[in-house]
Design a protein around this ligand. Structure first.
Ligand SMILES: *Cc1c(COP(=O)(O)O)cnc(C)c1O
Length: 378
């Protein structure tokens, strides 16, 4: 069967976003976070598109080894360190940086006898992993005594993406350990990087931002202007039909027409990764114009309103997210979630197309495509 939906991964945009972040952050290393299959964009695809990255950060040892096997020699940080003792041997053999975030892991480190490069994690309120500051200071000394290099201290904020919650309290806890040890540190994810320069330290760990996901959406006041969508989710119209006033469409008859309407049936559904939670009214882009989704998203199709677009026909393409005029953040927000969840949830049946970089690594021009004139909607 011919696939009617696909995701397009724009590696040029990814590189542009990395370069933009780098330009904003000349004094700190910028690690690209590529956990969870590069936030759904493809682990190797993303990493190989960023050969200039200061480092990569991820969770699974297997992913780190995949990068090493692909010849990537950059610094790689295991964000949660070893999941079992034997992983420390591998980490040493493949020159991975490891986070040390529990007494368990410290026990394994004592036993393994490898000279690893370690980031000691301080718990500043997330309360999942990490040492309290007082213990972190002791751990630093012990790790050194074991012959390992302590590259620095690390923390991860619980509430960086909530601008109503100050970073003061976690920051003071972290600084207790930083001041006592004088070590370099890495603390910031995308949200902290954008909101608080004092968190930048030796390295920031950027995930969402590189993929154009604004952690504060719909607040755009701190957003870095000029970032580009990396993933575009697109599908073709496979059918058109008419609804009379009073007729409804799709499962559960969840949407009923109040007037005669022209309907487009788009060949994408939750079987591809478009969220079933998207309510009627969620925008879809047709010829650069936003039109609303109607009724329930099915496994293979969804319905849109083409009443204002009589010229749009079967075979025409619509963008479901990932255009400057329709960011993934907006779709996620309307579904009560975040872009990362949608991007990670693309299904394996969805074909991926790549927009490969220009031969030159020059940054993308900052030209603004002129807005398209649309029938009033949203
Ligand atoms: C995922 C992750 C990040 C990146 O977070 P973003 O908000 O996507 O930038 C940074 N640090 C740790 C420890 C993470 O797990």
């Amino acid at each position: 069967m011919t696939r009617t939906a696909y995701a397009e991964i724009n590696l040029h945009a990814l590189r542009h976003n990395y370069a933009l972040a780098k330009r904003q952050l000349p004094h700190t290393h910028v690690w690209a976070v590529v956990k969870s299959n590069g936030y759904g964009h493809g682990l190797l695809r993303v990493a190989q598109a960023l050969p200039e990255a200061d480092g990569f950060a991820l969770i699974n040892l297997e992913d780190a080894l995949a990068l090493r096997h692909a010849g990537i020699q950059s610094r790689i940080l295991l964000l949660e360190g070893a999941i079992e003792a034997r992983e420390l041997e591998e980490a040493a053999a493949w020159q991975l940086d490891v986070v040390l975030r529990s007494e368990h892991q410290l026990q394994w480190l004592r036993a393994c006898g490898q000279r690893l490069r370690v980031w000691v994690k301080v718990n500043t309120g997330m309360n999942r992993f990490g040492f309290v500051p007082e213990r972190a200071i002791e751990v630093v000394n012990e790790v050194r005594a074991l012959g390992c290099e302590v590259a620095g201290l690390m923390t991860h904020f619980a509430c960086a993406d909530d601008l109503a919650i100050k970073l003061d309290a976690p920051w003071q806890r972290f600084m207790q350990a930083v001041d006592a040890t004088g070590l370099p540190f890495t603390a910031a994810n995308s949200a902290a990087t954008l909101r608080a320069g004092f968190t930048h330290g030796a390295a920031v760990r950027l995930g969402g931002l590189l993929y154009n996901n604004n952690p504060f959406y719909p607040d755009t006041s701190l957003w870095l202007q000029g970032l580009r969508p990396v993933m575009r989710f697109a599908a073709r119209i496979v059918h058109t039909s008419e609804l009379q006033a009073g007729e409804s469409i799709g499962y559960g008859a969840a949407y009923t027409a109040e007037r005669p309407m022209r309907i487009g049936i788009v060949g994408a559904g939750y079987g591809d990764g478009y969220p079933r939670a998207a309510p009627s009214g969620t925008p879809v882009l047709v010829n650069g114009c936003r039109v609303p989704l109607l009724g329930r998203v099915a496994m293979n199709v969804l319905a849109i309103d083409l009443s204002q677009h009589p010229q749009v026909d079967i075979g025409d393409e619509v963008t479901l997210w990932g255009d400057p005029a329709l960011p993934c953040d907006e779709i996620a927000w309307r579904c009560g979630t975040i872009s990362e969840e949608l991007q990670c949830a693309l299904t394996s049946r969805l074909p991926i197309r790549q927009i490969v970089a220009d031969k030159t690594l020059s940054p993308l021009p900052d030209e603004q495509t002129p807005p398209v004139e649309c029938a009033a909607y949203l």
